[in-house]
Design a protein around this ligand. Structure first.
Ligand SMILES: C=C(OP(=O)(O)O)C(=O)O
Ligand SMILES: [Mg+2]
Length: 563
């Protein structure tokens, strides 16, 4: 190890080992405090003049970015560059400095808020412009305060993305061809960022101690997504030669236990492109279509027509097969400006998932209308489910709303312990349930899934979580209603066998996990899966549950043997 080599410990979030130069994502621009003024001894005119200088630099940078791309992207960047020179915005900001003596960054923030509000009030396509105003505001404020421009820096080579935190909206736009790995200072192993890294198939390590201080742009990093470490400036020769993860088993297109019991292996997807990839990977259907990507990064909800087009593209990729569409799961990690109260201290326990429909019933109705229209003629067998359901009333109301749109196979996600405990009455009217083990673990263990500090509690092998899965499956079996599992737990081949043994009717995983899960399932009979489930349920701790299950199952190459 060279003198400057540092190994930073973190949490493994997506497997594989790779290396590349670091590219740091700047921290988000924060609102400058209200009421901060140029000191009485300061030069107000000079402070005001800095706004024009910053606006020139921001405009020039955006125009340079525009010149590097083509088509729609170029037009969008040129339009954004024009906003950076907008006289109404700049004059108002200057006036606030000259007359109110506000510091320039605060003046720009306030002036931009008025312009954005004006666009919002005009509605329709104008409202979309408010998003660009906010983008320009952030860039000018960053420049005025001597910080790097916000957002993903333009980069024409492969890199390891290094971030304090990665918003799901940004994570979803990452270019697989360039991003070799993702490393974040915060986040837990089932945060949405980790899920996105795994579906991109790139190694990721989250909650890395000392990351921001130790890593500079261009530093070579070795990212070990299995061990959960990041080596900064490795010695020559320590960089892994093979950048791709080792070859995983390929999925043959049908999930079967060793004795031939069919357990459909479905895919989790978030976009039409992912649906096509899932179809190419042989998925037997889609068990979880996360619809958030149609809503993220926008200032207004997409129109019904726009939603129909996106949903239809997903459904058509699975004509003749089942597609489970989940309605919008905003809140917690996925904060939409038009839907979510940003003042919540504890958003994971606040208005998220189905709860947002109380204040915005039209948004849910529009989404269901769009799903129904997209389903019509798509050839897919469309099921619809709601996220974050906690009570029987919520579930019944959702089923009724679906029925009103002609969507007859309506169910819920079971990801809140209360829903698991009342799964029986829920499944009297709901046609199916899908256990979301990511959130079910978070809420059962009271361990925020986005916090690395409580990651050891966030373990779906915890017997308390398994008990709730067992209750839900038993409620489904008693009523002849299918209960599937769509959380990350199903990706662990041994846990997949346990889930089947507990009564899961199907499993839904990211497309690149279909092969390993199928291989894990194929080594055990249904009886062995049941024995493994019983052994895990009887264990007092997560580790002993895992070991007990492994002991009850024939060994498989895909098992995760170390904790
Ligand atoms: C599948 C789940 O949903 P998400 O990860 O999107 O919250 C879950 O909570 O397990
Ligand atoms: Mg969830």
């Amino acid at each position: 190890m060279s003198a400057t080599t540092t190994v930073l410990p973190g949490l493994p979030a997506s497997p594989g080992r790779t290396s590349g130069p670091a590219l740091r994502l700047p921290d988000p621009v924060l609102e400058p405090p209200a009421g901060v003024r140029v000191p009485p001894s300061g030069d107000v005119a000079a402070a005001a003049a800095r706004i024009a200088d910053s606006s020139h630099r921001v405009r020039a940078a955006l125009e340079a970015d525009a010149a590097r791309v083509e088509g729609d992207a170029r037009e969008i960047l040129q339009a954004t560059a024009a906003i950076a020179a907008d006289p109404a915005l700049l004059d108002d900001a200057r006036r606030r400095v000259l007359e109110e003596h506000l510091v320039p960054e605060r003046a720009v923030w306030e002036a931009a808020a008025e312009v954005a509000a004006m666009f919002e009030a005009l509605g329709g396509v104008f409202a979309e412009r408010s998003h660009d105003v906010v983008d320009v505001r952030n860039r000018i404020v960053a420049d005025l305060t001597g910080r790097p421009a916000p957002g993903l820096p333009a980069c024409d080579h492969a890199y390891v993305l290094v971030a304090g935190d990665l918003a799901p909206a940004l994570a979803a736009t990452l270019d697989r061809a360039r991003v070799r790995a993702i490393v974040t200072a915060t986040g837990g192993p089932t945060s949405h960022t980790a899920i996105i890294a795994r579906s991109l198939g790139v190694p990721a390590v989250v909650s890395v101690d000392g990351l921001v201080a130790a890593v500079h742009d261009g530093d070579v990093l070795v990212v070990d997504g299995d061990a959960g470490t990041v080596t900064v400036r490795p010695e020559a020769g320590d960089e892994p030669a093979d950048l791709a993860p080792a070859g995983a088993p390929v999925f043959a297109g049908r999930g079967l236990t060793a004795d031939g019991v069919h357990v459909p292996l479905l895919a989790n997807v978030g976009t039409p492109a992912e649906a096509l990839a899932a179809a190419a990977a042989g998925a037997e259907g889609i068990g979880l279509y996360r619809t958030e990507s149609s809503f993220l990064g926008r200032t207004l909800a997409p129109s019904v027509e726009e939603q129909v087009a996106t949903y239809r593209a997903v459904l058509e990729a699975f004509a003749g097969r089942t597609v489970v569409v989940r309605t919008l799961d905003a809140g917690a990690q996925q904060r939409l400006p038009f839907l979510v109260d940003h003042g919540e201290d504890n958003p994971a326990l606040g208005v998220r998932g189905l709860r947002t429909s109380a204040a915005h019933p039209d948004l849910l109705e529009d989404q269901l209308r769009a799903v129904a229209r997209a389903a019509d003629g798509s050839g897919a067998d469309v099921w619809v489910m709601a996220p974050m359901v906690a009570t029987v009333e919520e579930s019944d109301r959702f089923v009724a709303l679906c029925a009103a749109q002609g969507l007859t196979t309506a169910g819920v996600m079971v990801e809140v312990p209360s829903a698991a405990l009342v799964a029986g009455p829920i499944l009297e009217r709901a046609a199916f349930a899908s256990v979301g083990t990511n959130d079910l673990t978070q809420y059962t263990m009271a361990a925020d899934r986005s916090l690395g500090t409580v990651a050891t509690l966030h373990d779906p092998w915890q017997p308390a979580v398994l008990q709730l899965v067992a209750l839900t499956c038993a409620a489904g079996t008693a009523r002849g209603r299918p209960v599937g599992v769509s959380g990350e737990a199903a990706v662990d081949p041994a846990l997949a066998c346990v889930l089947v043994g507990l009564g899961a009717a199907h499993l839904s995983v990211r497309p690149n996990a279909l092969g390993p899960v199928a291989a894990g399932l194929a080594r055990a009979t249904l009886e062995q899966c049941r024995a493994a489930a019983a052994a895990a349920l009887a264990a007092p701790t997560a580790e002993r549950a895992r070991l007990a299950a492994l002991a009850a199952l024939p060994p498989a190459e895909t098992d995760v043997v170390a904790a």
